[in-house]
Design a protein around this ligand. Structure first.
Ligand code: GLC
Ligand code: MG
Length: 579
């Protein structure tokens, strides 16, 4: 009898160890589902050498900041050799680091130092286009007949010599640029300095696969695939129905998500990702929630895709920053619910984001005007860190950064921001209206230097910062916020800790509550172990709700009094329901 009992205990112990090991193995292979990702705008994060430009050594010196946030994946905006026409999204050499950012040795150090803190580096692969200074393009444009003549999208002029069609680039102006030597036009979805690669050519695809493999071998943990929905062009590149007074049509409507694109991406996945533990996240502007199931999940092409419906909720036409759309909280919630539902169908995963380097700051974007900045930043953080998926924090978001509102367009650095301004003026808006649009949507707002402390230039640089440091750095900086227990930064740190301890916030299902409620964003996250209820008041008024959902529930974390049935303005509360 005694022996049997011991045997049973030993067996149970073995089973337990095996199960734990199984779980650990699973954790390992899908590590990116359990972590928090952080986007670094390399140029603006931390300057180590006083040239006013953030760099890799600067990042290495601030890894502790990321570790304290529980970050396990850091997406670096492109830091390859680039003439910087679009701040690095125009790559001249995929195999080297831009000297302004450091050297390949610095990159190797960064990967190693980050690794010591369980942080993986995620590279931005800009594969829709290169820089016009990339050797590939130099060769391609050298004549009609060269080894790379078909590596880009070339087309003959119309009979009258004008561009092959009326497509307008995403940054404004014709999407075609004339090249004297070839007597042809080349296509550029973005700037003329960013010629589009021809993915229909297998040699191009192979070259790009080789680039990605090179970085996998360097030890990166994943890739963000830039502007990936534009890589496939339709067979017929004819004129489209104009949508602007100059007779042009936005290229997005003509080329985004062209049928057949997934074949290219499947090939890429098989060649680059198979047998590795890296993850991929595609920038998929133009893929709707209904289309997500084809893109993610085991059969999909990426582990996650950034889907944009919620960030353009207020922007009916991405080229026209002067026209906004009214929206309500139920609209906003419905967009999240749709993406959740779509990814769930295929057991796919979702990258949660409210900001990135192309978007305005979320406090301005998603909260009512006049919202208290600290309470508002915390309310948004609660959403970001408890929704189902991997949260992507944009640098500065964890400190509560807000949009800049510089008084003239000349002060804005971003070429797309300036082009949007001039497009609006061309469409007949006044300078004032055009500037108001810039204040709402300028990409510069998410690119101002990181604010580390209250010393000169916020501790970002000892030199002259490439973009002005925002004037509020005396209060909103990492050092001050770390000291203050009620800061936005410390709230992020608490939420990150909560995620680590509550697996339901990671693997749990997502089920929306109170959909019609115009003030409260609420949902249940539940797995086999536990059930959490998240309640966030997005409005500036107290908001009441039916507390029956909280029967027997205990407050895990909250920004307010945590009184059941009522939320103060912008209050966020996370409960655990014990059944
Ligand atoms: C993506 C990037 C953006 C860049 C564009 C062109 O949308 O996020 O910053 O300007 O692609 O590469
Ligand atoms: Mg520097």
């Amino acid at each position: 009898m005694k022996r049997k009992c011991i045997l049973a205990i030993v067996l149970a112990a073995i089973l337990f160890v095996c199960a734990a090991a199984g779980e650990a193995a699973q954790d390992q292979s899908e590590w990116w589902k359990r972590t928090i990702a952080y986007e670094i705008y390399v140029k603006s994060f931390k300057d180590s050498d006083g040239d006013g430009i953030g760099d890799l050594q600067g990042i290495i010196s601030e890894l502790d900041h990321l570790q304290s946030l529980g970050v396990g994946a850091v997406w670096l905006t492109p830091c390859y050799v680039s003439p910087q026409a679009d701040n690095g999204y125009d790559i001249a050499d995929y195999y080297n680091i831009d000297p302004a950012y450091g050297t390949m040795a610095d990159m190797e150090t960064l990967i190693a130092e980050a690794g010591k803190r369980d942080i993986r580096i995620v590279m931005d692969l800009v594969f829709n286009h290169t820089s016009c200074e990339n050797e590939w393009f130099t060769e391609s444009r050298s004549g009609l007949d060269n080894g790379k003549s078909d590596w880009y999208i070339w087309a003959d002029p119309k009979e009258n010599g004008s561009a092959p069609n009326n497509w307008r680039s995403i940054f404004g102006g014709s999407a075609w640029e004339y090249d004297e030597t070839r007597g042809q036009y080349y296509l550029h979805t973005f700037l003329p300095e960013q010629p589009d690669l021809n993915w229909a050519n297998p040699e191009v695809r192979e070259a790009l696969i080789n680039v990605a493999r090179f970085w996998v071998e360097k030890g990166v943990g994943g890739f963000r695939l830039d502007a990936i929905t534009y890589i496939k062009k339709p067979a017929e590149m004819s004129d489209g129905e104009p949508d602007a007074s100059d007779g042009t049509v936005g290229i997005h409507a003509m080329t985004a998500n062209t049928a057949g694109i997934l074949d290219y991406l499947r090939e890429f996945k098989a060649a680059v990702q198979e047998g590795t533990d890296i993850f991929t996240v595609g920038e998929a502007n133009g893929v709707s929630a209904e289309e997500l199931p084809e893109w993610v999940g085991a059969e999909g092409v990426f582990d996650m895709v950034f889907e944009f419906s919620h960030v353009v909720i207020d922007l009916p036409d991405e080229m026209n920053w002067c026209e906004t759309r009214e929206w309500s909280l139920p609209d906003f919630k419905a967009l999240f619910a749709a993406s959740q539902e779509a990814t769930k169908q295929v057991s796919g995963w979702y990258p949660i984001f409210l900001e990135n380097h192309d978007q305005p700051r979320s406090i301005n974007h998603f909260l009512p005007a006049g919202a208290d900045r600290v309470a508002g930043g915390k309310a948004l953080a609660a959403l970001l860190l408890t929704m189902r998926g991997t949260p992507f924090i944009m640098e500065g978001e964890e400190l509560g950064f807000v949009n800049v509102a510089w008084p003239s367009i000349e002060e804005y650095d971003d070429v797309s921001t300036r082009n949007h301004y001039w497009f609006a003026v061309g469409e007949g808006y006044s300078a004032e209206e055009a500037l108001a649009g810039v204040h709402r949507f300028a990409r510069d707002s998410s690119r101002t230097p990181m604010q580390w402390d209250n010393s000169e230039n916020a501790g970002f640089t000892t030199g002259t910062p490439w973009l002005p440091v925002y004037e509020d750095y005396g209060t909103y900086n990492a050092a001050a916020e770390r000291e203050n227990p009620d800061s936005i930064l410390n709230w992020y740190i608490s939420l990150a800790g909560l995620r680590r301890e509550h697996s339901e916030l990671i693997t749990g299902d997502y089920q929306e509550l109170f959909h019609e409620n115009e003030q409260i964003f609420a949902y249940i996250r539940e797995n086999e172990k536990a059930k959490a209820v998240v309640l966030i008041n997005f409005s500036l008024e107290p908001a009441a709700y039916d507390a029956a959902v909280l029967e027997g529930a205990e407050l895990l974390l909250g920004t307010g009094a945590g009184e059941k049935g009522i939320l103060a303005p912008l209050e966020a509360a996370i409960y655990e329901v014990k059944d």
